[in-house]
Design a protein around this ligand. Structure first.
Ligand code: 5MM
Length: 340
């Protein structure tokens, strides 16, 4: 019998588990590889993704992996395709379906320089092909910069409408949509300003999802944490947790299957401390609060690998450790002492 989108969404946020975001587009993976002085070739991308996906025991902590279009079509050195390999390990293959961002010409003149996410053209056909290749969930990321004037209402509306259309088309194809409205950490804004913007973005997004008839129990939300800008003074994990849960309780409907946070530029430890505090708070909430980290699961692994075959085993140990620490944070059992 075919699994329902609700079954898949529940499996994506199973206890102790979360999602690995390994869907860096070609330019983004190029930046990550440049950081360890490795050339951005297809061979190196396959080697690196193979290292991640064959790490022993990650299935204990990782429920699903988001891949980029090319990765979904690639195979590791034993010839098994990446989605098949993941599936054989009990990990659900996922696919990023947005096509990046483009400058937005909104009705509001201060929208100048803002970017919206594109990718609705041909989405239905692409999803049908991705389903055949094994993908059971998808991801679409819309970003919002914070300044005194930004984000504009017109950008929030545009991105939210497109997120809703994307989610609707995914569900029509039996694919769970991860809805990712990301309020970016760039800048020196306060946590209060992030709260205000995140609340507005989520409010409008859920309004549009509802109007489009998207089934919320077949949606996984991938939001930013409510957190001060990168260049501002850091708040304690308890403050981040309280503000985030408070914000979500105000605007996220209880039917949503689960919440998987992005790390957004936080360090690996910071992303664990904040997630752990959220899962330890007394504030009641109806959702699983899990993770879908990219950088905060991969940064130390990349440094341990450095593009060298002889480092693969050590890099996999580093990656497994990161998955375990993040899983513990997702269960409220993390402490910095466990890092060593
Ligand atoms: C892994 O990076 C994803 C793809 O980014 P590009 O479209 O820029 O190539 C990104 O969407 C990622 O899934 C989210 O930002 C979460 O990753 P972080 O590093 O913020 O946890």
């Amino acid at each position: 019998m075919q699994e329902t989108i609700q079954d898949i969404a529940i499996a994506m946020v199973a206890p102790g588990k979360g999602i690995l975001a390994a869907d860096e587009s070609t330019p983004t993976i190029g930046k990550r590889l440049a950081g360890i002085e490795v050339e951005n070739t297809e061979e190196n991308q396959i080697k690196y993704r193979g290292l991640l996906f064959t790490t022993p025991e990650i299935e204990k902590y990782i429920s699903g992996v988001i891949m980029y279009d090319e990765t979904l079509h690639q195979s590791g050195k034993d010839g098994v395709s990446f989605p098949e390999l993941l599936k054989s390990r009990g990990i659900i293959p996922g696919i990023k379906v947005d096509m990046g961002t483009e400058f937005f010409e909104g009705s509001d003149p201060s929208a100048d320089g803002e970017k919206y996410t594109k990718g609705l053209d041909g989405l239905d056909e692409r999803l049908k092909e991705y389903y055949k290749l094994g993908a059971r969930f998808a991801k679409w990321r819309a970003t919002f910069s914070i300044s005194d004037e930004l984000p504009t209402d017109s950008l929030i509306n545009k991105n939210a409408e497109d997120l809703a259309e994307y989610a609707f088309v995914c569900q029509q194809n039996n694919i769970v949509p991860i809805v990712e409205p990301e309020v970016l950490m760039d800048g020196d804004h306060t946590i209060e300003r992030c709260f205000e913007v995140t609340k507005q973005v989520l409010q409008v997004t859920f309004e549009k999802l509802k109007n489009r008839g998207v089934q919320l129990d077949g949606v996984v939300l991938k939001p930013n944490m409510v957190i001060a800008g990168q260049d501002a003074q850091k708040d304690t994990p308890e403050t981040v947790a309280d503000m985030t849960v408070k914000c979500f309780r105000e605007v996220v409907p209880k039917d949503v299957s689960g919440i998987v946070f992005l790390s957004g530029g936080q360090t690996e430890r910071q992303a664990c401390e904040n997630l752990n505090a959220m899962n330890s708070t007394d504030e009641m909430h109806p959702w699983e609060l899990s993770f879908s980290y990219g950088r905060a699961l991969q940064a130390s692994t990349l440094k341990a690998w450095l593009g060298k075959d002889e480092n693969i085993k050590n890099a996999q140990e580093v990656f497994l450790h990161r998955c375990k620490m993040t899983s513990m944070a997702r269960s409220g059992e993390y402490s910095g002492d466990l890092e060593n």
